[in-house]
Write a protein that binds this ligand. Sequence first.
Ligand SMILES: Nc1ncnc2c1ncn2[C@@H]1O[C@H](COP(=O)(O)OP(=O)(O)OP(=O)(O)O)[C@@H](O)[C@H]1O
Length: 255
Amino acid sequence: MDNPSLIETRDLTISFGGNVAVNRVNLKVEAFTLKSIIGPNGAGKTTLFNLISGQYRPTGGQVLFNGRDVTALDAPRRTKLGIGRSFQLTNVFPSLTVLENVRLALQSRAGVGLNFWTHYRSLPQLEDEAYDYLGKVLLDDRWSAEASTLTHGEQRKLEIAILLALDPQVLLLDEPTAGMSLEEVPTILELIRAIKEARKRTILLVEHKFDMIMALSDTIAVLKEGSLICDDTPQAVSCNEEVLEAYLGGGVSHD
Ligand SMILES: Nc1ncnc2c1ncn2[C@@H]1O[C@H](COP(=O)(O)OP(=O)(O)OP(=O)(O)O)[C@@H](O)[C@H]1O
């Protein structure tokens, strides 16, 4: 038998009241590739992410990770398996410094937990490593700042550094550059490109920035009103009639 896709959804569905936000979506994400999920506003992109990461339970269908059915697992268990998702602020401790936040992620990955004292010897090493992760998102110069004092763009960078420090097999990036200044965007773009080119991680990306999607994606999945209407190479997607129609009729945001 062929190797299973790293992530697969089968007829994945969720409704909120009468509103079917994700409708029988069959998606395959191959290991070490970057797939973007696009679609007009309200198409179900973030909801699909929440279903894959375990934040939402589907009303129908399955999520498989490495061939294993993980539909019944909650988000922390899926994170442990290797499905990592950055959440705006929910995994940032506002009163700790930027460096401490990343160090905590490294400690949780290493299973060191929050007990600093019994493991004090490893702290300098973890701090060096945390500092390196901050360097990757160009936030090292803010290492000593309290997280609550960061600008919106800096907070997003910190979330990405935390996610990288957790070292998941799959990175779910939901609009990683949202709220960033124009000068900050290229850093994140280059970081995602470097992660992709290292071919050690699999990336699922929701983005509205079209140029970024075209430049980075191996494949692009297009959602419209909760349904998957196309999943193909950037070139094929860009000339797909149904996709063009979905956007022309659906009001794509060009931010
Ligand atoms: N917790 C929820 N309760 C009720 N409805 C929800 C919930 N989460 C999502 N929805 C609905 O699901 C649909 C899809 O929303 P979703 O945020 O996934 O779209 P999106 O494609 O990410 O949109 P955008 O590009 O604007 O971020 C919308 O109609 C939204 O109102």
